[in-house]
Design a protein around this ligand. Structure first.
Ligand code: FAD
Length: 467
């Protein structure tokens, strides 16, 4: 056992854990991070946000070269796919970024320990002991749990990690599936479905609900469904996969649809029905760390029910998103130091990186109606946006929701090109307590996609110029 008592030990080096560690080091704490996988960066960098976006960007280029270049007057032979190179590029992006975290740890003098950690109680002075499997025991004044989440497994569709797979395997298929069945019409299923669709697979999405991306704006979800159908993705909504039978070299899925059962032949099944917090094996029960709905319960300081033990990210309540975990990581350690930092949970953006993209922040119209909050809305179609025309990307719209007095922006929902970047303006204005009128009054560079945001804000009072 090392003699050193760290100010903070972080368990898990995902976006929540690594940001917390770096921020804590900046604030002068001595920090150690225990991570069980061989590389830093957690799910996000290794098998989530980053590899999925690398493949989305590559497959989008493949699609553009095959289908859209000629409209711009660029005549090329139909592109052929070098999947090995595409995967190698994705792996290289991941490696550069995970190595980057290792570099940042060194720069900030953070001790990085490879192994599976478990809380082993505290001594009379309140110093926590953390056992690292097959390794040393670490001692710290405070412990931050940032162990993230794992994919949910359906009892009717157990993973065999080869033909019935999670997102991790679907990011590394060694050939394009002939028919990929995606179970779950949320962000992950639609993004990975898009990747393989663009690379030539037939893709069928089975979703239990009658719509895509539960909780998102209804008009955005409808527009996304229409667009993906146009791209060739097939959908069975209000349907459920009851089981999969393995046949010689293929799979037969039984899908319960309204009025009966459909059999669908496929060669891969991606189960993307959600993720569950990774609480097992951490020694939480023995220590008495309270859970709520399967997630670690924390107060406004991210302190669990056990003194000195904190938790953030996918492990605690709220949307399972990397940027939410990062914010919580920084705010948690700042609050340990007595700073009055806060995460603004009303302003967490959500993005689905299909093409076009869907991005939103704040309340949806459905939520406003349910909560009985009066509102007015403005909408602007990219069809009327000059830059979108230049880009040949006129599909979609921006929708701005305001309170009736026009003093507060309540929500913004975008379906369109680069919605992921455009949503930042709405997040900024909402975070500063601004209004749709603030957006309407701000000068936006011309010609940019962001002008669609200004026009939608103007449309709240029916004075859009180009609409
Ligand atoms: P994680 O990233 O899960 O990291 C936890 C780490 O803890 C892991 O590395 C794990 O190995 C380690 N660990 C667990 N238990 C132990 C232990 N006992 N001892 C030591 N180490 C341990 N979010 C977005 O915001 N944008 C996106 O575009 C996006 N795309 C995604 C795409 C996919 C395919 C997936 C699967 C997820 C995506 N997400 C996205 C979600 C995002 O990855 C997570 O919300 C985020 O990684 C959560 O961060 P975290 O720090 O809480 O945990």
């Amino acid at each position: 056992m090392s003699e050193e008592i760290f100010d903070l030990v972080v368990i898990g080096a995902g976006p929540g854990g690594y940001v917390a560690a770096i921020r804590a080091a900046q604030l002068g704490m001595t920090v150690a991070v225990v991570e069980k996988r061989g590389t830093l960066g957690g799910v996000c960098l290794n098998e989530g946000c980053i590899p999925s976006k690398a493949l989305l960007d590559s497959s989008e280029l493949f699609h553009l070269a095959g289908h859209r270049f000629s409209a711009h007057g660029i005549e090329v032979a139909p592109p052929t796919l070098n999947l090995g190179q595409m995967m190698a590029r994705k792996d290289d992006v991941v490696k550069k970024l995970t190595d980057g975290i290792a570099f940042l740890f060194k720069k900030n003098k953070i001790k990085s320990v490879n192994g599976t950690a478990r809380l082993a109680g505290s001594d009379a002075a309140g110093v926590h002991k953390i056992e690292v499997q097959g390794g040393e025991e670490i001692r710290a004044k405070k412990v931050l749990l940032a162990t993230g989440s794992d994919p949910v497994q359906l009892p009717s569709l157990p993973f065999d990690w080869e033909s019935v797979v999670s997102a991790r395997e679907a990011l590394s298929f060694d050939k394009v599936p002939e028919h990929l069945l995606v179970v779950g019409g949320g962000y992950i299923g639609l993004e990975l479905g898009s990747v393989w669709l663009r690379l030539g697979a037939q893709v069928t999405v089975v979703e239990m609900l009658p719509r895509l991306i539960a909780g998102s704006d209804g008009q955005v979800a409808e527009a996304l469904l229409r667009s993906l159908k146009k791209q060739g993705m097939r959908f069975l909504l209000g349907a459920k996969v009851a089981g999969v039978e393995k046949r010689e070299g293929s799979l037969l899925a039984r899908v319960e649809v309204e009025g009966g059962v459909q059999e669908i032949g496929c060669d891969k099944v991606l189960v993307a029905v959600g993720r569950r917090p990774l609480t097992a094996g951490l020694g939480l029960e023995e220590l008495g760390v309270a859970l709520e709905n399967g997630r670690v319960k924390v107060d406004e300081d991210y302190l669990t029910s056990v003194p000195g033990v904190y938790a953030i990210g996918d492990l605690i309540s709220g949307p399972m998103l990397a940027h939410k975990a990062m914010e919580e990581g920084a705010v948690c350690v700042e609050r340990m130091r007595g700073e009055p930092s806060l995460v603004d949970y009303g302003c967490v953006p959500g993005v689905c990186y299909t093409w076009p993209e869907a991005a939103s922040v704040g309340k949806t119209e459905d939520a406003l109606k349910e909560e009985g909050i009066p509102y007015k809305s403005g909408k602007f179609n990219f069809m009327g946006n000059g830059r979108a025309k230049c880009m040949d990307e006129t599909e979609g719209f921006v929708k701005v929701l305001s309170d009736v007095e026009g003093t507060r922006l309540l929500g913004v929902h975008i379906f369109g090109p680069r919605a992921s970047d455009m949503i930042a303006e709405a997040v900024t204005v909402m975070s500063f307590g601004g209004s749709s009128e603030d957006i309407a009054l701000i000068m936006h560079a011309h010609p940019t996609l962001s002008e669609a945001m200004k026009e939608a804000a103007l449309d709240v009072d029916k004075r859009a110029i180009h609409g």
